[in-house]
Design a protein around this ligand. Structure first.
Ligand code: 3AM
Length: 174
C-alpha cells in the first residue's frame, strides 16, 4: 500500500476503560462536540498526509517499550478548546514512534503530551459539566495502531490500517 492519506499513530483504550469513560457526563451543549466512544484514542504521533507504505515501513520491526497508562486524575481543558483526560505512561513509547516516523508525513513530531480527547469546543461554547470530574483508570498497552482519519461533514471516521504489539524488549524475537 502506497496511498497518501491522513494518518496518525495511536493506542486504542481497552473496552473496560471505554466503559468507564462512558460513565462521564456527556450532556448536549451548543458548541460542544463530544467525540463518539468508538473514536476515543490516545494519539502518539499525528503524521498529517503521509504514505501508508512509508508509515508501515517506519513502524515495522521496532522494539516498542512496554507502557502502563494511567488516565486521570480529572477531566481537564487543553488549549481552551479540547476537553481531555490526561494520560501518563506513554512518553517512552511516543518517543520511539516519533523518532522513527520523524521524516514521514506533512506534520513534524510535536512535544508529546499524553491525553484522550473527550470533546472539542467551538468558539462560543460554554464549558461542559464534565470538566473537573474525577477519573481514574489504568491499563497496559497491548499494541499501537496506524490509523487512517477521514474527515467527513459529521465528524472524523477512523480506520485501523495496521497494528504492532508492544511486548517490551523481546519484541524483536517475534
Ligand atoms: O484527539 P487527539 O488530540 O488525541 O488532535 C487530533 C487527534 O488526536 C490529532 O490527530 C488525532 C486524529 O485526528 N491532530 C489532527 N490534526 C492535527 C494537527 N494539525 C493533530 N495534531 C496536531 N496537529
Amino acid at each position: 500500500m502506497t496511498g497518501v492519506t491522513r494518518l496518525f499513530v495511536a493506542v486504542w483504550p481497552p473496552t473496560e476503560v471505554v466503559e468507564q469513560l462512558m460513565s462521564l457526563p456527556r450532556k448536549d451543549l451548543r458548541g460542544v462536540r463530544f467525540v463518539p466512544p468508538d473514536n476515543w484514542h490516545l494519539t502518539l504521533r499525528f503524521l498529517g498526509e503521509a504514505s501508508i507504505g512509508d508509515a508501515i515501513a517506519a513502524l515495522d520491526d521496532l522494539a516498542l517499550p512496554e507502557a502502563h497508562v494511567e488516565l486521570g486524575p480529572a477531566v481537564d481543558v487543553r488549549f481552551r478548546r479540547m476537553i481531555v483526560v490526561p494520560a501518563s505512561g506513554l512518553d517512552a513509547l511516543a518517543a520511539v514512534v516519533g523518532r522513527h516516523t520523524g521524516g514521514i508525513g506533512t506534520h513534524d513530531p510535536e512535544r508529546f503530551v499524553g491525553h484522550l480527547t473527550l470533546a472539542r469546543l467551538g468558539k462560543r461554547a460554554s464549558l461542559p459539566d464534565v470538566v473537573g470530574a474525577r477519573f481514574d483508570a489504568a491499563f497496559d498497552v497491548g499494541e499501537i495502531a496506524l490509523v487512517r482519519s477521514r474527515l467527513e461533514r459529521d465528524g472524523a471516521r477512523y480506520e485501523t490500517i495496521e497494528t504492532w504489539s508492544v511486548d517490551g524488549p523481546t519484541s524483536r524475537d517475534r
